[in-house]
Ligand binder design. Structure first.
Ligand SMILES: NC(=O)C1=CN([C@@H]2O[C@H](COP(=O)(O)OP(=O)(O)OC[C@H]3O[C@@H](n4cnc5c(N)ncnc54)[C@H](O)[C@@H]3O)[C@@H](O)[C@H]2O)C=CC1
Ligand SMILES: O=C(O)CCC(=O)C(=O)O
Length: 411
């Protein structure tokens, strides 16, 4: 049975609270979301039938600012998953020092089986249902698995209809013409790339000699493959939901994207086909899970060969899997740090929306670079200084900030 990710998130926060030696009341405050909304809404399907969809929005904590985090459209979405993802968002925003708390949402549906019109109606129905609890100053959604800038544009439009005026600051990850930020599309990958580059330096592995394996070829995985390839690293394996492809001489991400668009999967690329499970166990320098949760576990933890595991995905490693990686001295760049580039540029997008003045891409990327390098250094220092895992270290950096805020606010 798969690990319950809500319990995983609780354990991760608890472990870091204990290592920080803070009073138990802080864990009591942070061990569950402040608010979780479950909604059902009807949608008229293309065949004339009416289907009722279920969605969730969880707001974990808003000590440091409004809740922030993506919306996922996936058949396996559950309330516990969304709760865990919102807890990770609180930690993610705090580890990079953003003035946000954590939120996350999801709709149980399969976008691969929906027409564009149905997808639009689901997005609009869900937006109307959660409209009372989201907003520029309350909770700001963004894209996540199987949602994108088109979905964000529909959300802005529907929310603005509800309000009676256009409110761009209600979501981020929008198209450029509707208040989006330059650099947001690639931001999750760029942030992850920066942390990998810094980790490679610590292990004295030159980028030009680094062999990379990436699970997932969507927003996070594809752009990361492109950035790593352009920096001179060798992408030897990638995968998507249909399976993986391996080529010891290296894969060209742009060519693979073309193949995925034409044939529906990276598995038709130039190389040897393999399963997602086999892909994770390939010999490499950097293994990047960039798809879904619970893929590195007690079963395969001992077989992971990457010297660095960079978690572009949220929650790819179970508690037991993590213990094994730590014992084996694999340098883990935990999700709350490795995947923080997206929300960082979302923060820039929100700032630009609120001042109605837009930056060029260079400005966005240079601000992102500084935040990611600083956060990586803080976490790495905590890891060495306190002799804790990189995951505990990242949570400790985040929790120090949140707990200081809670104390000032009277807890
Ligand atoms: N989009 C963003 O800004 C951010 C995304 N993330 C995380 O990154 C991960 C991926 O998200 P996105 O790239 O945005 O999603 P996406 O929807 O753009 O791409 C998802 C990718 O994962 C693959 N996939 C789905 N199921 C799979 C499976 N069972 N095995 C292997 N691959 C599978 C899909 O084929 C696709 O290539 C998620 O954990 C998400 O929460 C984290 C931070 C920000
Ligand atoms: O851009 C954002 O606000 C959040 C992105 C997200 O959902 C994540 O980092 O997991």
């Amino acid at each position: 049975m798969k690990d319950n990710v809500f319990q995983t998130a609780q354990q991760q926060i608890k472990s870091a609270c204990e290592k920080l030696g803070v009073e138990p009341k802080f864990y009591e405050v942070l061990k569950q979301p402040k608010r979780v909304m479950e909604v059902s809404f009807p949608v008229k399907m293309d065949d004339g039938s009416v289907q009722v969809f279920t969605g969730y929005r969880s707001q974990h904590d808003d000590t440091l600012g409004p809740a922030k985090g993506g919306i996922r459209f996936h058949p396996d979405v559950t309330m516990d998953e969304v709760k865990a993802l919102s807890m990770w968002m609180t930690m993610k925003c705090a580890v990079v020092g953003l003035p946000f708390g954590g939120g996350k949402g999801g709709v149980k549906c399969n976008p691969k089986e929906l027409s564009m019109r149905e997808l639009e109606e689901i997005t609009r129905g869900f937006t109307r249902a959660i409209a009372p609890i989201i907003g520029n100053e309350k909770d700001i959604p963004a894209p996540d698995v199987y949602t994108n800038q088109q979905v964000m544009a529909w959300m802005v439009d529907e929310f603005s209809r509800v309000k009676g005026y256009t409110d761009y600051g209600v979501v981020t990850g929008k198209p450029l013409t509707l208040g989006g930020s330059k650099g947001r599309n690639e931001a999750t990958a760029r942030g992850c790339f920066i942390t990998i580059r810094e980790a490679l330096k610590k292990l004295a592995i030159p980028m030009s000699e680094a062999k990379i394996v990436i699970q997932g070829f969507g927003n996070a995985g594809y752009y990361l493959a492109e950035l790593m390839y352009n920096a001179g690293a060798k992408i030897i394996g990638v995968s998507d939901s249909k399976g993986g492809i391996y080529n010891k001489d290296g894969l060209d991400p742009v060519a693979l994207l073309g193949i995925k668009k034409e044939k529906g999967s990276v598995i038709y690329g130039n190389g040897q086909q393999l399963t997602n499970e086999e892909l994770l166990e390939l010999e490499c320098d950097v293994l990047i899970p960039a798809a879904l949760e619970n893929v590195i576990t007690e079963i395969n933890g001992g077989n992971i060969k990457g010297k660095i595991v960079a978690e572009a995905a949220n929650g790819p490693t179970t508690i037991k899997g993590d213990e094994i990686l730590h014992q084996r001295k694999i340098l883990v760049i935990p999700d709350i740090l490795a995947s923080a580039g997206g929300v960082t540029v979302s923060y820039f997008e929100w700032v630009q929306n609120n001042m109605n003045y837009y930056w060029d891409e260079e400005e966005v990327n240079s601000k992102l670079e500084k935040i990611m390098v600083d956060a990586f250094e803080k976490v790495y220092f905590m890891h060495l200084n306190k002799g804790v895992s990189m995951r505990d270290a990242a949570y400790m950096v985040a929790l120090e900030r949140i707990i200081e805020g809670l104390k000032y606010r009277g807890i």
